[in-house]
Design a protein around this ligand. Structure first.
Ligand code: FAD
Length: 244
């Protein structure tokens, strides 16, 4: 399936803790999305922003790429943010538009090495997508490190564990510092350093807080990660650009 925009329908929705929602989304024409685990779609929420632009927001698929006709996303309500509020309130059966799949955060087909997936906060969606992907099934080892602050009301640890293949080793650092804390990057780098001390990885894939994952990439490089072996997807605080 070529990338492009398509009409989509909200096929199913359920609440996740407080202030977040799991959505099953499908194309109205019944076509496959053609994504690989770790990729995302951009949903046109239909909301016109004060400057006149439409609010289009990115969401990573957390479902397995074995199923291409209906995909699952989880959306955390962010304050009065236009996109996340529309998707938390939208009725089942409603139609919107998306484009995609987009993104390079994915394991290469046929991957057979050791991979480390690092997620902060809502970045766990992309991490789940990677861990559940066809490409991950051939990995010799897949470790997932989730850095999340106490009391996070997005998806629960049980939600994540239920969806992970048995071979994936999950470590949850559930006492991580809150978003915006100045010591977040240093704490993350220390945790990642402990992980890597157990042995080298052939690939590392990081998703979530841009203020954290860019320093983590530098730390992995200083620990010997080969050039190009660390992939990043910044969900927010992207130091390279303004948010979508
Ligand atoms: C590749 C990619 C994949 C993404 N996947 C998901 C996903 O699976 N689930 C999901 O809920 N969101 C995801 N996001 C974030 C999403 O695109 C929106 O930024 C978010 O829903 C807020 O949009 P909004 O219009 O409600 O608020 P806005 O007014 O656009 O956002 C308000 C501010 O909150 C920031 N923000 C976004 N997420 C967080 C967060 N978790 N913690 C703190 N601040 C945040 C935004 O960058 C912005 O500065 C992803 C973003 C990217 C770039």
């Amino acid at each position: 399936m070529a990338q492009g925009s398509a009409k989509i329908r909200i096929a199913h929705a359920e609440p996740l803790g407080q202030g977040a929602r799991l959505l099953r989304v499908e194309r109205v024409d019944g076509a496959e999305l053609g994504f690989a685990g770790g990729q995302y779609v951009i949903i046109n929420t239909g909301v016109t922003l004060p400057g006149g632009k439409l609010a289009k927001r990115a969401y990573s698929m957390l479902s397995s790429d074995a199923e291409q006709r209906a995909v699952e996303i989880a959306v955390k309500r962010i304050g009065a943010g236009p996109g996340s509020n529309v998707l938390n309130d939208i009725a089942v059966g409603a139609e919107l538009e998306w484009s995609g799949p987009w993104g390079k955060l994915r394991l290469p087909p046929g991957f057979s090495g050791r991979a480390l997936v690092i997620a902060t906060d809502t970045g766990i969606t992309a991490a789940l997508g990677i861990a559940r992907s066809a490409a991950a099934a051939g990995a010799a080892q897949l470790d997932l490190l989730w850095l999340v602050e106490p009391g996070e009301t997005f998806v629960s640890e049980a939600f994540v564990r239920e969806r992970l293949p048995a071979a994936v080793r999950l470590t949850v650092a559930g006492d991580f510092l809150p978003v915006g804390h100045p010591e977040r990057p240093a704490r993350a780098c220390a945790l990642v350093g402990d992980h890597v001390a157990a042995g080298p990885y052939d690939a590392a894939l990081c998703a979530g807080d841009g203020a954290v994952i860019y320093p983590v990439r530098d730390r992995l490089a200083s620990l010997g990660a080969p050039e190009g072996s660390v992939l990043l997807e910044s969900f927010f605080n992207n130091p390279m650009k303004k948010s979508l």
